[in-house]
Design a protein around this ligand. Structure first.
Ligand code: ZN
Length: 282
């Protein structure tokens, strides 16, 4: 099942993607794709609805972030062995965690706005994991029981802000619009093996990142179990699980960064695609 949120920013409605790829209105069934609506029992109920019985959404509305009221927006750093090799970094002993402000979250096709003075804005296609039910101290064996589904995330990053302005990464990761999320929340039953998904990112039509979730250092289950040893994970929390090789920062001999007018297109197998135009803040 593919769930979405559509409409103007801040006024998105819940939707379901039917077999023909059209949006059906879920407003009569749930208030939002958020909170309790992400539980296993809620998703089971929604899966039993005949999409043809739901109102079809007219036109071509904007997709909002596919999850509403995201609480914690957690990101795993350096989580792909081939990306770690590319950057020359050592394989981490434990998952590297940083937080992205949830004010960075935007729709999958919204503009990405480089903040004033930015000269080092970069891209990162990532698998997003959406928590469906509360868990703490969860075992790896039980971790997926608490997952509602998966989505595409672009972990947009300002490398100068990230590495030069502070002792940790939050400033460079949290700028407004630096968290495109969606287009869909794809439930885990429809994804199958989450550790075998192809992923890619193009800039202006040129392939920059090619990867697979099969080269993650810490798997989805390991990340969830590890994070839940520190704090409770709640419905609507999102974990962005790291990026494969090919970010601008790693290009030799000179890094390549985004400029106004650039277009990023990113995809993950089974999870859909995003497309963002980059612009500079005024
Ligand atoms: Zn990242």
């Amino acid at each position: 099942m593919k769930l979405c949120r559509y409409g103007e920013p801040g006024a998105e409605k819940p939707g379901l993607i039917d077999a023909d790829g059209r949006i059906r209105d879920l407003s009569g069934e749930v208030d939002d794709i958020a909170g309790d609506a992400l539980s296993a029992s809620s998703l089971d109920r929604l899966s039993k609805i005949d999409p043809a019985s739901l109102p079809m959404v007219a036109g071509d509305p904007r997709y909002g972030p596919c999850v509403g009221a995201i609480g914690k927006f957690m990101c795993i750093g350096l989580n792909y062995s081939d990306h770690a090799a590319e950057t020359g970094a050592a394989i981490p002993e434990h998952p590297i965690l940083f937080m992205k402000a949830n004010s960075a979250i935007v729709g999958p096709n919204d503009d990405v706005v480089m903040p004033r003075g930015s000269e080092h804005t970069d891209w990162e296609v990532e698998l997003g994991v959406v928590i469906g039910t509360t868990c703490k101290y969860v075992s790896e064996a039980d971790a997926l029981d608490h997952v509602a589904g998966y989505c595409v995330i672009n972990d947009v990053s300002e490398r100068h802000f990230q590495t030069k302005l502070t002792g940790q990464w939050t400033k460079g990761k949290s700028c407004d619009t630096f968290g495109p999320t969606g287009p869909w929340l794809v439930t885990k039953d429809e994804v199958g093996d989450v550790q075998d998904l192809a992923m890619s990112l193009d800039v202006n039509g040129k392939r920059m990142q090619t990867g697979s979730t099969s080269t993650m250092i810490f798997t989805v289950t390991q990340c969830i179990s590890h994070l839940s040893q520190m704090f409770t994970l709640h419905p609507g929390d999102v974990i962005s699980t790291g990026t494969p090789p090919g970010v601008g920062m790693g290009i030799k001999p000179e890094p390549v960064y985004l400029k106004a007018g650039d277009v990023m297109e990113l995809s993950i197998e089974k999870l859909g695609s995003q497309r963002q135009t980059v612009r500079a803040d005024q």
